[in-house]
Design a binder for this molecule. Structure first.
Ligand code: PGA
Length: 251
């Protein structure tokens, strides 16, 4: 079975109003979208319910983060069971902005991933190296270490709920997209690592998507790479060109 192409839109802490959010949803609701692509959008948590209620049913909704406990005294946090209760099926975990600005370690992200899966959420698990690490030839080692923490706490069957997003930190929000060669090389390394550390069938079935300055202008070529199973899109997911990225394998 070929892996289903997957496109995620990570709105981050944008847009800054409900009206702007509505405009993005309206564009998606009226567009012709590739029906073979799985589409997931992640608005800020404040807008999750609105978006869930107004977006067309083929588009799924994701949170951008969650806690690992079910409930309790964790001011400002949302739990996996609360997301499930609100019919939000996905969560993004391990984004480099959470790792960098909020001090999330790979072990903490692994704990959250385990809790999210246990609550029946599906997880977009982000990994990626900094420019310094890439230039030092450490890309594969850094990414493997980030994944290792998750591999250590999951069962083989848990992996059916995970999409891995390879997002080089130097490409996120910079306009400096990885070349198809760089994306394919890193993502094949990830698949090989998953094959060795989890199992060949999990490696074969797990979607590995690319994120970092994806636009309508570069998505088509990236999408032709055998180990690029889709995209996680930040800035361009707020623009009409997101439709073209979703449709990048058409025509
Ligand atoms: P970008 O962000 O597309 O704006 O580079 C990607 C991401 O952070 O997921």
């Amino acid at each position: 079975m070929p892996r289903q192409f997957f496109v995620g839109g990570n709105f981050k802490m944008n847009p800054s109003s409900r009206d702007q959010t509505k405009s993005i949803i309206n564009i998606l609701n009226s567009a012709d979208l590739d029906s073979t692509t799985e589409i997931v959008i992640a608005p800020p948590s404040l807008y999750l319910m609105d978006v869930k209620e107004t977006v067309r049913s083929e588009i799924q909704v994701s949170a951008q983060n969650c806690h690992h406990k079910d409930s309790g005294a964790f001011t400002g946090e949302i739990s996996p069971v609360q997301l499930v209760d609100a019919n939000i099926p996905w969560v993004i975990l391990g984004h480099s902005e959470r790792r960098t600005h909020f001090g999330e370690t790979s072990e903490f992200i692994a704990q959250k991933t385990k809790a999210a899966l246990k609550a029946t959420l599906k997880v977009i698990l982000c990994v990626g190296e900094t420019l310094e690490e890439r230039e030092a030839g450490k890309t594969a080692a850094v990414v493997q270490k980030q994944l290792q923490a998750v591999v250590d706490v999951l069962q083989e069957s848990d992996w059916s709920g995970i999409v891995i997003a390879y997002e080089p930190v130097w490409a996120i929000g910079t306009g400096r997209v990885a070349t198809s060669f760089q994306a394919e090389e890193a993502q094949l390394d990830i698949r090989t690592y998953i094959s060795q550390s989890v199992s060949p069938s999990v490696a074969e079935n797990t979607r590995i998507i690319y994120g970092g300055s994806v636009t309508a202008a570069n998505s088509k070529e990236l999408s032709t790479q055998p180990d690029v199973d889709g995209f996680l899109v930040g800035g361009a997911s707020l623009k009409p060109e997101f439709v073209n990225i979703i449709n990048s394998r058409l025509t």
